[in-house]
Design a protein around this ligand. Structure first.
Ligand code: NAP
Length: 248
């Protein structure tokens, strides 16, 4: 059986980093890919061509995942364009770091809105078509920071821990409808987001990782493909860590 051949996946924040790797992974496995971006317009347009090269249907939508009505409009547009949404990957996320003493209300609100409210927005919008189809898989991108906390990231940690509670609740609510909901907690993955960290911090992280290296975006995408496919048909409400053993 093909993993996700002919299925429709919606990935938020796929213009760069982990989201881009996820979009490529699903397209390579034969899924049709709808994805979003916000500021990286050119990268989003280039991704469409990259995905179409796999012989699947692909379309990028400029849509702010943190806006409730925009999420609803997006899901309606994807269903109109693709007919269905089988897999939703809530990947879009930002960091606005700072010690709590100096963290502004805006830094707190923005990170909660983009990282956590977006997951609520998209999940709420997608459950109608998934309930109609009597199946679906939702994958939410949390973080090792949501499990462990991190000095200077109280806003980010709260948003990512919130995703874990949300994921479990959705799994409990929608299991009887054959809709699964899981989250992935990456550790240190080399993308533009972690590219902002200074070299000394990165070296310190790497030393403490049992596998002695940062992860690649494609290694997170592999787990996404597992959670989006029939291979994980009896897995729901879980958080899978992809961190080279960092929390072991
Ligand atoms: P990244 O390289 O900074 O990419 C973030 C993506 O999210 C971009 O495509 C960006 O699109 C999109 N985005 C940001 N705000 C958005 C919004 N309001 N609406 C729609 N899209 C938006 O980040 P990444 O490292 O790939 O991280 C992806 C996810 O994994 C995030 O949720 C992050 O928290 C999580 N994560 C990452 C790591 C890591 O080590 N990298 C570790 C743990 C968890 P535009 O460029 O178009 O704005």
């Amino acid at each position: 059986m093909q993993l996700v051949q002919g299925k429709v996946v919606l990935v938020t924040g796929a213009s760069r980093g982990i989201g881009r790797a996820i979009a490529n992974k699903f397209a390579e496995a034969g899924a049709h890919v709808a994805f979003t971006y916000l500021s990286s317009v050119e990268k989003g347009e280039a991704l469409v061509k990259e995905l179409e090269a796999y012989g699947v249907k692909a379309k990028g939508y400029r849509s702010d995942a943190s806006m409730f009505e925009a999420a609803e409009e997006l899901v309606n547009a994807v269903v109109a364009d693709f007919g269905q949404i089988d897999v939703l990957i809530n990947n879009a996320g930002i960091t606005m770091d700072g010690l709590l003493m100096r963290m502004t209300e805006e830094q707190w609100d923005d990170v909660i809105r983009v990282n956590l409210k977006s997951v609520f927005n998209l999940t709420k919008a997608v459950i109608k078509p998934m309930m109609k189809a009597k199946s679906g898989s939702i994958v939410n991108m949390t973080s090792i920071v949501g499990l462990k906390g991190n000095a200077g990231q109280a806003n980010y940690a709260a948003s990512k821990a919130g995703i874990i509670g949300f994921t479990k609740s959705v799994a409990l609510e929608l299991g009887s409808r054959n809709i699964r909901c899981n989250s992935i907690a990456p550790g240190f993955i080399e993308t533009e987001m972690t590219g902002e960290l200074n070299e000394a911090t990165v070296e310190e992280w790497k030393k403490s990782i049992p596998l002695k290296r940062g992860g690649e975006a494609s290694e997170v995408a592999n787990v996404c493909l597992f959670l989006g496919s029939y291979l994980s048909s009896y897995v729901t409400g879980q958080t899978i860590q992809v961190n080279g053993g960092l929390l072991t």
